[in-house]
Write a protein that binds this ligand. Structure first.
Ligand code: ADE
Length: 244
């Protein structure tokens, strides 16, 4: 699952035996990839869209595992553009039912964090490591230069989600102060993690850092998506499926 077309495009090019099934406003692409039956889908942006899509994947398509691939804004120290974060767990940074429940706690779940699945995470991290070992081969010298990518690194830890594109230095500093463990911010992962928790479905997510969630966050976003993130996504998911 991905939130934006640019994130999913390169993946759809790799699915064989494709069949499109439309449910409501969404197209679900059924296909084969490295011997696995896969359903690829664009969630659209935000937590509600992602939760709806995840629920349809379970209820209509009976998926047994879920993986999200996309981009995120870097928050953690040293989490820079071109790096990749594999999530260990998720939290909704804009959820606040206080004083009825503690800040960030999902009401009636008794928790604020949702973990990812260790087996999927391990396959995803190994796949990412192998893709990041040769950025020149994957992206070419011109793209590396264009985005000042030197030695992209893999990070593993907390990703936070909210219904806001974080594009100011003030807001990203506030998130860093409030949630110092957070490596990256995006708009869907925690919602999918909660749906997967509800249904007992293993879940993992990988995000390429497209920006630093600061005043320059919108800069070159679309070009980064097309030249870097979509290539990373397809290469990482391909490697992961080979390992499962
Ligand atoms: N996805 C990519 N960059 C992001 C940002 N800065 N805030 C929220 N979601 C993002």
């Amino acid at each position: 699952m991905s939130a934006m077309e640019g994130e999913l495009r390169a993946i759809l090019q790799q699915l064989t035996h494709q069949e499109k099934v439309t449910v409501g406003p969404r197209d679900f692409w059924l296909g084969h990839w490295h011997g696995q039956h896969v359903v690829a889908v664009l969630s659209r942006i935000g937590k509600v869209a992602a939760a709806t899509t995840a629920t349809a994947l379970v209820e209509r398509f009976g998926v047994s595992e879920m993986v999200f691939t996309g981009v995120a804004g870097g928050l953690g120290v040293g989490v820079t553009v071109g790096d990749v974060v594999v999530a260990s767990r998720f939290l909704q940074h804009d959820l606040d039912a206080s004083p009825l429940f503690p800040r960030y706690e999902v009401p009636l779940y008794g928790r604020s964090h949702f973990d990812t699945d260790a087996r999927l995470v391990s396959a995803l991290a190994q796949a990412t490591q192998s893709v990041l070992a040769d950025p020149l081969g994957l992206l070419g010298a011109q793209t590396l230069r264009e985005f000042s990518l030197v030695a992209p690194r893999l990070h593993h830890g907390l990703i936070i989600s909210g219904d806001r594109f974080v594009a100011s230095t003030g807001e990203s500093a506030a998130l860093q102060r409030a949630l110092p463990d957070a490596l990256a911010v995006e708009m869907e992962g925690a919602a999918v993690a909660q749906v997967c928790h509800d249904y007992g479905i293993p879940f993992a997510a990988v995000r390429t850092i497209s920006d630093r969630a600061d005043d320059g966050a919108h800069h070159d976003f679309n070009r980064f998506m097309a030249s870097v993130a979509s290539r990373y996504s397809a290469a990482i998911i391909s490697e992961m499926l080979r390992r499962l």
